[in-house]
Design a protein around this ligand. Structure first.
Ligand code: TMP
Length: 400
């Protein structure tokens, strides 16, 4: 048992995943000789009391999400389709024809770009503002917290649906966030959250989902506990098996305001059969095994004269590459479509990021490492005739 206390309930927590000291995933470098400034102690622990998996030493959010935060979700056609479908589903399910919706962190468009009702986004990443303007998505250029929520409820509106994707797990202060949600949510409104699902992450061995923006991993019990703390309850869940390596969509409402779908109990029953804590106890060994196999395979490819390139400079890749100690000798380059990543270097390992347009010049017999495995279908369809090295749930080769 460590001396750390649960960020939410204050109970002692038990360290279960230790990925050593890691650089912040989005602290990309301008030159290969630059010195990495931003590191954190990558230890995740388990709270037996509220079943919340959590990063013990959370790096300062103002550094993690610095002004030039490079991630753009609209780069992926799959994610665009997902947001379009989600917008339609929420519009129909909660009858938004006369309604209002708020998205926390729409990034470069999110669901708001597809909703034909009154909408408002909260987006602190500067790179996204001109894109949201271009798409005609009204937004406040600030992060969402209790303060900005109170002001919004007074000056703008309260919403029937408040939606957020891939943000909740990156916020240490869940209290401030949930209190803010209650401020901007109508009395019978619904708070809808999407995040990678910790059961899927662990089941599929995806330890690279643990990076500097991952403060929490939610089980259904954890989410029910959190909702209860704020006078809410989980009223429905949707399994999103293809999103970010396996995600869950949680629907929450104030207690008693909405019927509870049988999906909630069904998921609880299904997951009680999956002993997450037992699997977590074996997770570290599995992480070490995969890392060793991965680095051995890269060394073997190098020693046999194979050319190897990476595809997708994901945040996730930073965890794997640093933990396995992969350097430019083993992986000389990673290609990526994100303009603000191109020309930079991955933190810690200093591997250069090149424009994905140049990927076409990579010899056909090269081995390509697929880092955004959550976008496999889309990438394989576009980049046909390649041989790929994948590493989850186990090291394997695939052809596109
Ligand atoms: P994500 O896994 O967090 O969605 O990040 C995806 C990263 O992969 C992002 O840096 C963009 C990059 N990427 C490509 O380079 N090409 C692609 O086709 C896709 C879908 C993503």
């Amino acid at each position: 048992m460590s001396s750390y206390k649960c960020h939410l309930c204050g109970s002692p927590v038990e360290a279960v995943v230790d990925l050593h000291v890691q650089p912040l995933a989005n602290s990309l470098l301008d030159s290969p000789d630059a010195i990495d400034q931003n590191w954190y102690n990558a230890v995740w622990a388990w709270c037996r009391q509220c079943e919340l998996l959590q990063l013990t030493d959370v790096p300062d959010a103002s550094i993690v999400f610095a002004g030039d935060y490079p991630y753009l979700s609209g780069q992926s056609e799959y994610m665009n389709q997902h947001f379009r479908k989600t917008a339609k589903m929420l519009y129909d399910k909660y009858d938004l024809s006369m309604g209002r919706a708020i998205e926390i962190g729409p990034n470069d468009g999110g669901i708001l770009q597809y909703l034909s009702c009154s909408v408002l986004g909260f987006e602190p990443a500067e790179a996204c503002w001109p894109i949201l303007d271009e798409k005609g998505v009204p937004h406040r250029q600030m992060k969402f917290d209790l303060r900005s929520a109170r002001e919004t409820a007074a000056v703008w509106f309260k919403a029937d649906v408040v939606y957020t994707a891939n943000t909740l797990r990156s916020l240490k202060d869940l209290r401030d966030f949930f209190m803010g949600v209650l401020e901007v949510l109508n009395d019978d409104g619904v708070f809808v959250v999407e995040d990678p699902y910790i059961i899927d992450v662990v089941n599929r061995n995806e330890f690279d989902q643990f990076y500097s923006e991952c403060v929490y991993g939610f089980t259904i019990t954890a989410m029910q506990n959190i909702a209860r703390m704020f006078g809410m309850e989980v009223i429905d869940v949707d399994e999103l098996t293809d999103n970010h390596g396996g995600s869950l969509r949680w629907h929450m409402a104030r207690v008693g305001k909405r019927p509870i779908s049988p999906n909630v109990e069904a998921l609880k029953v299904a997951n009680s059969e999956f002993a997450l804590k037992d699997k977590l106890n074996r997770f570290q060994q599995m992480i070490d095994d995969i890392s060793v196999l991965f680095v051995d395979e890269l060394a073997h490819l190098r020693d046999t004269g194979k050319s190897v390139v990476g595809y997708g400079a994901t945040s996730k890749s930073v965890t794997l590459l640093n933990y396995a100690n992969v350097d430019v000798e083993l992986l000389p380059v990673v290609y990526d479509t994100t303009p603000s990543k191109v020309g930079k270097f991955l933190p810690g390992v200093h591997i250069p990021i090149r424009d994905a347009k140049e990927f076409a010049d990579v010899p056909r017999d090269a081995i390509c490492i697929l880092f955004p495995y959550n976008h496999q279908r889309e990438i394989f369809e576009r980049e046909k005739g390649r041989r790929w090295l994948v590493y989850f749930p186990k090291l394997d080769y695939k052809e596109s």
